[in-house]
Design a binder for this molecule. Sequence first.
Ligand SMILES: [Zn+2]
Length: 288
Amino acid sequence: MAVASVTNGCNRLFLVAYDILESENIEFWTWVYPSVEHRTCVRHMHKNSKKKFHGESLQRSVWAAARSYKVRGYNTAIEDIKSINIRAYNLIEDLGKKLEIWNISQFNIVCKCDYITNNISESFNAWVAEARERPVLDILDTIRQKIVVTMDKRRRMPTKWKDDIVPSVKKYVRNLSRGLATYEVRHCSDSKAEVSYKGQRCEVLLTYGIWSCRKWQVSRIPCVHAMAFIFNIRGAKWEEYIDLYFLVEKLGLPTTCRLLLFLTLTNGLEMVNWMVYFLYCQGDQLED
Ligand SMILES: [Zn+2]
């Protein structure tokens, strides 16, 4: 079985399609979207590499490389890996040759999602675990029933929320705002600033939604530098800089799902977690 799912503004699973396939082949892999970015799950990579390569500093550098939004940070971590263990470095180079992407610095910014693990596929597996040992048609019907119930819950969930922005983003901003006083903001114009913190500078351009640390571009949530600038502008409201994906009123719409597509495969009775993500690169559909 193949399952394609995306995440919504609350990081909840949203199923797009599921199907029973005769076998895994090229036709299958190009079934969902033919020309897309493939991501490799860093948690799986980490688990596999721990069996071959030991040492905390190596593992730390692998995660640092994966989590870096900028190429410079990625390159620094990769140089560290090279100096710690050349074999681990060579394996990473091989991934690059296969066009498997596992670090945020290389992520396509169309997808609006900075996930480096496929935890959401694991969630799906747990969700359908009870149906796994049933005959095929029963599995499909159980999933259908679960989808109906879940969609109904999702539809009603926002009615309990008092704000316009989803709770996870509100919490993110609340946590960020506590430390903003330590950021130094130099206004260059109404929409441009240089934000410094502990000797590191970041350029923020509000008009085009560009933050030189790249977090906003990749995740669609303003980074700490952007927030420091927005909080520094008299009368500015941070809510106005939050993407439509995180608005409660848009939450139930499939077009506002963040466009990261996860594939989960079931092989016979055994669930197989693929480490490959397919990224839906169809561009923005939010204008309608
Ligand atoms: Zn930033």
